[in-house]
Design a protein around this ligand. Structure first.
Ligand SMILES: C[S@@+](CC[C@H](N)C(=O)[O-])C[C@H]1O[C@@H](n2cnc3c(N)ncnc32)[C@H](O)[C@@H]1O
Length: 206
């Protein structure tokens, strides 16, 4: 599936998003029923959601990002989608449109390591507030898995993030799971993704 390249000057181009959108899409496609309501947190450039919405036409997608530049880029990559929400996970009220609730999927890629730890807790607490009983939260990115070697590229990425902002850095899977548990969620699946990334699938505790 090839997305048309937007010619709008507002379109941000993320080479990483271009590389990983298809592996993430294939994992989501295998997990999800044919239809539902999805919210993407931290949509960034919009390359992911444009790809997912095209490949999963039975799903209603909402994009979001607190950055105005990101929201303009999302509109350029996904002009047929609804306007992206200015959603910051740390806000207690995500101000979601009532007709989109409850959510069957909340998807968040590459945010936990590039925002303070409070954003991780806020993501899980928000997921617990807005997900349907059978809803899923999928979280994509690089993680440190205790007891398993961390790839040198991820160690270097972690050091770089922390030098840019001491509140950033790769998150430990143990701590992420504890955070999910506090919000009433549990890890259901841990799917390997290319380039030493993971797609974590959370659902409500049984
Ligand atoms: C590295 S980009 C990831 C974009 C996209 N998901 C991807 O994987 O290509 C991180 C995004 O997280 C967003 N972000 C940072 N802090 C956030 C917060 N507190 N709530 C929601 N989004 C946040 C940023 O605006 C940015 O667009």
């Amino acid at each position: 599936m090839v997305s048309p390249l937007p010619d709008s000057p507002s379109a941000l181009h993320s080479p990483a998003a271009e590389r990983n959108k298809q592996p993430i899409f294939e994992a989501l496609q295998a997990l999800l029923p044919p239809s539902g309501r999805a919210l993407e947190i931290a949509s960034g450039s919009g390359q992911h959601i444009a790809h997912f919405a095209a490949g999963l036409p039975g799903w209603l997608w909402l994009a979001s990002d607190p950055s105005p530049e990101a929201r303009a880029s999302i509109a350029a990559w996904w002009p047929q989608g609804p306007a992206a929400l200015a959603l910051d996970v740390q806000n207690t009220d995500w101000d979601l449109p009532a007709e989109h609730l409850p959510l069957d999927l909340i998807h968040c890629a590459n945010m936990l390591h590039i925002s303070p730890w409070a954003s991780s807790a806020a993501l899980f607490q928000g997921a617990s507030r807005y997900l349907a009983e059978t809803g899923l939260l999928t979280v994509y990115g690089p993680f440190v898995v205790p007891g398993e070697p961390t790839a040198p590229s991820n160690l270097a990425f972690d050091a770089d993030l922390r030098s840019r902002n001491p509140a950033w850095g790769l998150r430990s899977l143990d701590e992420v799971q504890a955070c999910a548990h506090d919000a009433g969620l549990q890890l259901r699946q841990r799917l390997k993704q290319p380039a030493n990334n993971l797609l974590l699938v959370f659902a409500r505790q049984a």
